[in-house]
Design a protein around this ligand. Sequence first.
Ligand code: TYD
Length: 202
Amino acid sequence: MFITLEGIDGCGKSTQARMLYEALGGSRGAVLTREPGGWEGGAALREAVLGGTLRHPWSELFLFLLDRAEHAARVITPALEAGTHVVCERYHDSTLAYQVWGRGMPFGPVRDAALLAAFPKPDVTVLFDIDPELALSRVAKRGKPDAFEGEGLAFMRRICEGYRELASKDMERWLVVECGGRTAEDIFSETRRRLMDKGLAL
Ligand code: TYD
């Protein structure tokens, strides 16, 4: 199964990704990966895109798509073909939420890019939904913000709205888990139960 985890910065995705990966048997049963930069060679690209030095509005979008294309070809598709579960932190829905809702890029072409490039489609996408103010207050404690974290509350609110809209249009694929004021264990036990309802053996 191909499972993607989404949410704004500071929603707690990384902790949940790790817990899910462990519950799937760790490296015996799954591959844990992330975007941007989840492939060999991806680190430089990650730095370029998160460093905040890009000038042309389309550069960022193209870099995320390039990253995804290589990540899909080198990591995701081979793992799925080998029958391994893939848990991926951020995927094409991040591009829709951040570059379309966040940056104002056009929805149709960005959505279609994933189809044209034949990116593997997630079986399930979990949205870790959280109040943007709470998420940003967590991010602030982590130290120097990256190019996206430094954009502020209005930006995060648009992304949050984007995610909610994407999820509401495809409830077959999406699971929305509310994260505000809950422990990681509590959030994971709900996520686990709902993934099992979708047919994942956990
Ligand atoms: P990262 O530090 O990995 O984020 P996280 O907060 O999930 O640990 O940085 C990824 C940043 O890049 C994050 O702010 C979201 C953004 N992003 C996009 O804008 N578009 C994309 O397609 C992807 C994959 C990420």
